[in-house]
Every structure is written in C-alpha cells, then in structure tokens.
Design a protein around this ligand. Sequence first.
Ligand SMILES: [Ca+2]
Length: 290
Amino acid sequence: MRRTYSILIIALVLALLCSCAETGLFSGGSSSSPSEAESASPTDIAGEAVSPSPSQASSAVDNEARFDLFLAFLSENYQELSDAFYNGISGVGFIDLDIDGGVEMLVFDAGASAAMGLQFFDIIDGKVECVSANMEDVGKALGGEHMSKVIVNANYFDDFRLMQDKASGKKFFIVQSGNGAADFSYSELVRFGNDGGVLTLESLMYKYEEYDIDSGSVKSENFKIAGKDADKTEYEAAFSSFFAGAEDLGYVAMGAFLWENSDFDAGLDGLLAMADKAQMLYYANSYLIT
Ligand SMILES: [Ca+2]
C-alpha cells in the first residue's frame, strides 16, 4: 500500500515537472514583432481616427459561442435577411477583421456591375448586428446605431488582407474595395479597426474615374485621402507610402460561395451549410492571425 502511494507521488511530481517544462518551451518560443524603421506608416496616412484595436486577446474570446450566435441569427432572421438581400445571398465567411480574437461574419450579396457587395455583422452586447451594409435594405433591417458609412465591394474573401505596420508591428486588415462598369470605376482602400468592442471601417484612400463610353478615355477623376479631397499626386504618394510602410502577411481569408457546392442551395439549409463550411475554413488557418 505504502509502495503504491510512493509511486503515485513520484508520478505526480513527474507530471508537474513535465507541465513546467512545456510552459517554458511555449513561452520561450513566442515570436517577437518585427520593428523595422520605416519613414511612412499607415497610421500617418490614416490620421488620428484609427483607434487601436485590443491586442491579441484571442484566448479570452469564445469563438464557438460566436459561431453559435451567428448561425442562430441566420436561422431566426432568415426570411428578413433573404428579403433584404432580394434572395441574393451568395457567400458567407468569418474573419477576425479587428484582430480582437473574435470572428465577424461577412455576407456577400449577388452584386451588380463588376463586384459583389458585402455586409458585415458583429456581436454587440450579445446580439448580432449589421455594422456595414452594401445593400441599404440589409442595413435598415438588421443594422443598428453602429452602422458605418463605409461600404465594401469585393469579389473574394482573400481580398481581405492581413497587414503589419513595419514601424509599429501592429497588425490590421484592409480591403481594396471597388466596383466599375463601362462608364466608371472606383477604388477605395478600407482599413478595419475596433471602437469600444465594435468593428469599424475606415476609408483611407478613394479614387473615382469616369470614362467616355465610346473612346474609353478618362473623362474625369477625383481622389480622397481619409475622406478629404486630394489631388492625383497626393493620392499616388499616399498610396505608395501606405504599401511601403506595411507588409502583407499572406493570410488567406476563406469562406463559402453558393456556386461551389450543390448543397449550397438558395434557401436556409444552403445558407447554414455555407456557414458550417466557412466556420471550418476559419479554423483551418486562424492561427496565422495572432
Ligand atoms: Ca473581431
């Protein structure tokens, strides 16, 4: 009996030693942020409006609970959602766009012209809320007081790029939003952030061109930097400066599109199947964010 007791004690001590060694191994292996000196940083261009996102608090966020809330939201509000999208929901994905550890939900509409529109959903005080909507009706039906004026047009989930400021080491997501037709095109660089726990969208740079349909030549163009009018030279300088000051980390955001799988029919079951697939894809590469 005494011998069994001693063996038990030895086993416990060994287990404790092992767990300490593991902890040491992991804490010693954490990577440090690069801090190359660079004259221009995205923060300079963005101005003061950029709010710092809560840094890497991923362990505190229960993404399983967030996925459950998003999926329940899709089921409970399906008819309203589908009507607001004119039955044109075409893709669902999850990205932690403000890098606070918790996923946000992105829903593509059927689109018009060259690109598709996006609607962004965050969870605020335990409730799913639309915070940016390309389709006005979606914002009206499912948005609240946190609705952003900035909207996004894109084509793929990997249009959302994870960047790192070379000077500060800070990570953030951007999207090069844009759309066009024979007579116009626009392009807008949008940066994602977090204000009081809510996903924010900020327009860093904007360019609009109008074309002569017959000749294809540019009839007029205008530019904005951080929402204010700018000339072409200022715009081009700000654009190059932004991409010189930030590195694309190569994160591949993924989601599910209606046309990828015959199970993704245009109904609630298809939408939930897309959301399930998108959830799986998020977990497949989410470790790259933090
Ligand atoms: Ca987030």
